[in-house]
Design a protein around this ligand. Sequence first.
Ligand SMILES: Cc1cc2nc3c(=O)[nH]c(=O)nc-3n(C[C@H](O)[C@H](O)[C@H](O)COP(=O)(O)OP(=O)(O)OC[C@H]3O[C@@H](n4cnc5c(N)ncnc54)[C@H](O)[C@@H]3O)c2cc1C
Length: 392
Amino acid sequence: MEDSHYYDVIIIGAGIMGSSTAYYAATRGLKTLLLEQFDFLHHRGSSHGESRTIRAAYPQHYYYPLVIKSYELWQQAQAQAGYNVYFKAHHFDMAPSNDPTMLAVINSCRENNVSYELLRRDQVADKFSGRIDIPEDWVGLSTEHGGVIKATKAVVMFQTLARNNGAVLKDNAEVTDIKNDGGVVVLTKSGEKFRGKKCVVTVGAWVNKLVKKISGVEIPIQPLETHVCYWRIKEGHEGKFTLGSSDFPTFASCGKVTVYGTPAFEYPGLVKVAVHGGNPCDPDKRSWGPLVMMNELKEWVEGRFSGLVDSSEPVVKQSCMYSMTPDEDFVIDFLGGEFGKNVVLGGGFSGHGFKMAPVIGKILTQLALDGETNEVDLKHFRIGRFNVASKV
Ligand SMILES: Cc1cc2nc3c(=O)[nH]c(=O)nc-3n(C[C@H](O)[C@H](O)[C@H](O)COP(=O)(O)OP(=O)(O)OC[C@H]3O[C@@H](n4cnc5c(N)ncnc54)[C@H](O)[C@@H]3O)c2cc1C
């Protein structure tokens, strides 16, 4: 094999997780290769589009340190790049007052000393000057840790920084096999062969297509087709929902339907509101529709925004995929079996991983290079929690 085909670490999949991993691996002086099956920045996975929410109010307390670290790392990376991908906002959660997720978020804020305001309906109306209305038996929770990350721009940023630090990036390079030879041998559909000491697999919704083939292990990660929807703010009210010029927050809501969204930003006059969830799909045979719980979402838009946003139909719809685990926690672990610690897996980001991509890239790099991480206790993210065993 030519010298140019030997790497310290080969990362498979150039969504946000693979791209951030390539950057952190390259900054640690590793000879790094990032392989992507489609064109870079394609729209067939999970990391494309205009925006993702970042928030620290999480029902599971163990995400808080990861999010706080990520705020810092987003800012460091954008300082390196010379442009911004993170834009600050407050965050607002709303739910029935006895909703278990809301109660868990309140607990986790307490546990992590996150300052928050817990608001009744009239207090919510006051705080947002009538722009948000919750039912009488709901509560709202406001924290300062919110914000929007520009999604595709963030992927570009990490790919550019990775390249600037010496990584090699190749697209239209579908990996068809990974073999163990003491290190790893990575084979592509077009017949190329790369050798690496370590390999990081960040293939999003395609995880079981590749991982099952190489290890026999089937991890319960379900690809879901989901949609981002943008809704028109009624004439004369646009400025009230705009990021920056108003105090409108990023938001999430539990109840009959789980909803999340961002202030008007990427498309002037349109606010993003979408359902957290989707339809099971095969990532290579997508139906590109239909949208889930659209009637409930319309009702939510009409009710929660006091009739100031046109709820008749979203004006922009974009399709995307979640990689959903049964507990909605990530999978960050060594693949094990014959690969031991040589293949690291980052997947199952379950519709909420983007915000933490910098710290996840750092962790995946540490696992590949050091065999361990000091950023987080991996017990919540191990493959073993699903009771699957390597068949190799
Ligand atoms: C609609 C939507 C809204 C979201 N909102 C938020 C949010 O507000 N906040 C938040 O934090 N998170 C959010 N998320 C989740 C977040 O976007 C994902 O967790 C994240 O993008 C996952 O990135 P990834 O790199 O794992 O997957 P992907 O972006 O899918 O990247 C995997 C890549 O691997 C490539 N690949 C696959 N197989 C191979 C192979 N064999 N060889 C080579 N390459 C391969 C794929 O082509 C793909 O480019 C949202 C997700 C969606 C879909």
